[in-house]
Design a protein around this ligand. Sequence first.
Ligand code: C2E
Ligand code: CA
Ligand code: CA
Length: 430
Amino acid sequence: MKYTAEDIRNALENHELTTYYQPQYDTINGQMKSAEALVRWIKPDGTVISPFFFIPVAEESDLIMEIDWYVTELVCKTLVKQNMMPQFPISVNFSRRHIQEELFAEKLSALVDKYDLLHPLIEVEITESAMIGDEEKILEWIVSIRNAGFKVAIDDFGSGLSSLQFVKDVPADVLKIDKSLLSRNCEDEKERIVLESIFTFAHRLNINTVAEGVETKEQLGFLRSCDCNRIQGYLYARPMPEEEYLKLCYEHKVVEEATDILQSQSAAGTMNLLINAIFRKYPLVIFINLTRNSFYMMAYDNFTTTSCPSAGIFDELIVHGASTMHPDDREIFDTTFNRTKLIEDYYSGIQTERLVTRQLGDDGIYRRVEIVDYFVKSNYSEDIIAITLCENLPDEQETIDEIEADIKKLSELNVTDIMTIIKKHLIMNN
Ligand code: C2E
Ligand code: CA
Ligand code: CA
């Protein structure tokens, strides 16, 4: 059935549009956490029309904006009805057209304030595909919404072509993983790897994740082993009318969370904790495939320089790296980490390569950085893989203080201890 914009406008004016709610659940303990509002057109005879039959038409004009604001107001009313029970945040779908809307965040604030609701109860969903185009404008739009205290979710992530690079720059709170990325049984190894990396990636950026369209126990089992926060899908609940949703909220018992969070931790979550611990000491970790001349890098904010690309061709990384070094260190850096040389090292049985260099920080100051390459064996191929761990060394003054402290101790020490101290300083200052 094809509806015209006029049919839809009439439906809107006659209050035939309403919202259904689909709850979202905590992946690990299965408790209800939040919901998504999904518009429905209920004809006077009771037939329920899916948004697939009218949203695309509405999106051809600004009519969609009126619908979205209408839905948002209905959501506010639902939230008000939850005043006496646990109040769960609700996410609302906004068409890309709103990115162009003047004073969007102010308008949303005014509406939500009219109902005296807390702003974090509303989550603005915008699809990944809407993110293509004027990136500056999109970022500005998202920042203004978040500054007003609302949450922002990127919807249908993985269905379009947006790059992880862009998501890295978008300050979103939530990433909704599109159902197309999840097959029914999650058996495919490659699919699992892609999903695991998306969840890990999101969490490294402090973004919460919701898996959409979860229909089977197999999918749930897999998602539990990943670092996915919330689940939305028919397995738990279908979108339902407001009354039914409110009943669920009312019945919801706030069960105590598991006391030991390590017990409720997924395998990937544990890996993330480990990676976070590694980052304390090594703010820059680089994975290198020496055979294929490629690398992937994870950098923490406190690493000396932030100008390195996050993935690409390893030979180019070395050229870039050398350009950020103190001129006196460039040659030794280049000869130590030259790819042909590293491959030779590997075949001659060397297991690590290390070097301390002075690297130029974004603030224009040189800092001492220790770079260590570890050759590791991959389970998947014969390619030569190296992992680089970089550490910011204490600055010169701290080193001098340390040398002084050690010198003061010299008279009390024996020859072996003295040799150990000398070696330590030689290494630190090589
Ligand atoms: P969406 O935002 O991706 O919403 C999720 C859709 O997936 C919903 O379809 C939901 O019913 C469906 N779904 C949920 N769990 C499962 C599952 O386990 N399996 C399967 N196969 N499907 C599942 P729905 O409600 O028909 O909405 C379709 C689309 O219409 C939405 O996709 C959204 O893009 C759009 N839409 C809905 N309400 C609004 C609205 O108020 N404003 C705007 N601009 N768009 C809306
Ligand atoms: Ca959505
Ligand atoms: Ca979606």
